[in-house]
Design a protein around this ligand. Structure first.
Ligand code: SR1
Ligand code: MG
Length: 419
C-alpha cells in the first residue's frame, strides 16, 4: 500500500482491494484481486495473519494491531513493532540460509509484512502435541541459534555495524518490556494478569518464597535488559517454529532485541522440555519412545550449537572480539577462550530455560502443551515436574556442564510424584 493510506487493520474483505496494486503481491497471486481467497489464521497473541491465495500461488500477510490481541485494546502496543520484525527477518535471512520466510514487501505505515507462505509447514508445537517427529530438528535449532548468535555479535560483525544496529533496536521499548514483565517478574508474585492451576498452589508458594531464586532471576533480567551481545529472536518457542516432517523454519521474530547469546537457546530448550513433560496426558502409545525422541532433540540442539559455534569461531571470527592478532598470530590457540565462552552461554541458557518453564505455567500466555490438558488434576502433576525442574535449573545452572546432565535431570523429574 504505497499510496499513503492511513493505517487501518485489514479484514478478509478489505485486503484484496488494499493490496491489489502491490507488485510484490500481484506477481505472486495474479492481478485480478477479485479472484484472491483470504483467510485470517492468526492464533497468536498479538497480530493479524492472513493467508492470501491466488491462482498462481499464495502469500502470508502479517499486520500488527495497535493493541495486544490476547488482551484487547486496554493494552495498547505500538505498531512500530512490525518495523523491528522486518529488520529481524532481514538480518536472520542473511545470517542463516533457508531458515526464515522470505520477505516480499514491508509497509511501515500499515505495520504490515508480506512474506513467503510456508507450505506444508505447520506450527511445531501442534506437531509435538500430536506426537509427530521432525527429522533434523535438533540440528536445525542448534545451527539457527549458533549462526544468529555468532554472526550478530562483535565476534563477527564490525563494531561500527553492530553498535549502529544496537542503536536501531534500542528504539523498541514496549516489546522487551513485555518479556521483562511476563517472563522475568510476574511469575514470582501475584501479578494482575497471572493465572495458574490452583492445584499447584503449594509448589507456586514455595517458588515465590524462595529469595535466592528470585535474586537469580532478577540477575538474569539485568543481563537480558543490559547486555547487547547479539541480536536475539527474542521469542524462540515451538510456536515460533514451523515444520514439515523433515524441514523447519523460524518465524515471528517480533520480539527481536539485542541481548545475551544464551537467551534463544534457553527459551527453545524450555519449550522442548514442556513438550516432554506434557506428553503423558497426550498419549499412551509410543509415550516412552516419543519422550525419548524429544530429549534427543534437546541434546542434539545443544551439541549442534556448540559444534557450529566452534566452526564459526575458526572460520568467521572477523570482529573486534578475541582477534587473531592476540592468539593465532602469536602462535597461540584461542580454543580455550571459545570453550570458556560456550560454558558461560550454556549456563545462561539453562537459567533462561528454567525461567521460561515457570512463566508458561504461572504468568500470562500459557502454552498449549499444558493448556490443552483439560482436566486440572491430570495437568497439575505434569506442570509441577516442570516447575520444580525449572527451579533447579535456575539455582544450579553451574552444575549443568553438558546436555547429559540436563537429560538425566529431565528423566528423573518425569518420574517424580510431586503433588
Ligand atoms: C502479551 S504477549 C504474550 C506472549 O506472546 C508472545 O508470543 C510472547 O511469548 C509474549 O511473552
Ligand atoms: Mg510470536
Amino acid at each position: 500500500m504505497s499510496n499513503n493510506l492511513a493505517y487501518e487493520p485489514l479484514t478478509p474483505e478489505s485486503l484484496p482491494e488494499r493490496l491489489g496494486k502491490l507488485e510484490a503481491v500481484t506477481s505472486r497471486l495474479g492481478t485480478d484481486h477479485n479472484l484472491w481467497n483470504v483467510q485470517e489464521i492468526g492464533d497468536g497473541n498479538l497480530n493479524l495473519v492472513f493467508i492470501v491465495t491466488g491462482t498462481p500461488g499464495s502469500v502470508i500477510v502479517k499486520q500488527a494491531l495497535p493493541y495486544v490481541r490476547l488482551v484487547g485494546d486496554s493494552w495498547p502496543l505500538p505498531l512500530y513493532r512490525a518495523f523491528f520484525e522486518n529488520c529481524a527477518l532481514t538480518r536472520q535471512a542473511s545470517r542463516t540460509r533457508d531458515c526464515v520466510p522470505e520477505v516480499f514487501h514491508f509497509d511501515d505505515t500499515q505495520a504490515l509484512i508480506v512474506m513467503e507462505h510456508l507450505k506444508p509447514h505447520v506450527i511445531l508445537r501442534n506437531k509435538l502435541i500430536r506426537g509427530e517427529r521432525v527429522e533434523g530438528l535438533g540440528k536445525f535449532v542448534g545451527e539457527f541459534c549458533a549462526r544468529t548468535a555468532f554472526r550478530g555479535s562483535e565476534l563477527c560483525m564490525t563494531s561500527a555495524d553492530k553498535k549502529a544496529d544496537v542503536g536501531v533496536f534500542a528504539g523498541n521499548v514496549e516489546i522487551p518490556a513485555i518479556t521483562e514483565a511476563l517472563v522475568f517478574t510476574d511469575p514470582y508474585f501475584t501479578a494482575g494478569m497471572n493465572s495458574h492451576n490452583s492445584l499447584l498452589d503449594p509448589v507456586v508458594a514455595s517458588l515465590r518464597a524462595n529469595v535466592e531464586l528470585k535474586c537469580r532471576v532478577q540477575r538474569m533480567l539485568m543481563k537480558f535488559a543490559s547486555n547487547t551481545e547479539t541480536m536475539l529472536h527474542g521469542d524462540l518457542h515451538s510456536g515460533s517454529i514451523m515444520s514439515t516432517d523433515s524441514e523447519s523454519k523460524v518465524i515471528d521474530p517480533e520480539f527481536a532485541q539485542y541481548g545475551p547469546m544464551g537467551f534463544d537457546l534457553g527459551m527453545v530448550t524450555a519449550n522442548f522440555l514442556m513438550a516432554y513433560f506434557s506428553q503423558p496426558a497426550h498419549r499412551a502409545d509410543d509415550l516412552a519412545d516419543y519422550q525419548q525422541w524429544i530429549l534427543s532433540v534437546i541434546a542434539e540442539s545443544l551439541q549442534t550449537f556448540r559444534s557450529e559455534f566452534r566452526r564459526l569461531w575458526k572460520t568467521e571470527r572477523t570482529g573486534m572480539l578475541y582477534p587473531a592478532s592476540l592468539f593465532e598470530e602469536q602462535g597461540q590457540d584461542s580454543s580455550p577462550a571459545c570453550e570458556q565462552l560456550l560454558a558461560e552461554i550454556n549456563q545462561d541458557a539453562m537459567v533462561f530455560c528454567g525461567i521460561e518453564m515457570h512463566r508458561r505455567c504461572l504468568s500470562l500466555a500459557h502454552n498449549a502443551d499444558f493448556e490443552d490438558i483439560e482436566d486440572p488434576a491430570v495437568r497439575a502433576p505434569l506442570e509441577a515436574r516442570n516447575l520444580e525442574m525449572g527451579a533447579q535449573l535456575i539455582l544450579e545452572a553451574d552444575t549443568l556442564v553438558d546436555e547429559s546432565v540436563l537429560i538425566s535431570m529431565a528423566d528423573s523429574y518425569n518420574q517424580r510424584n510431586i503433588l
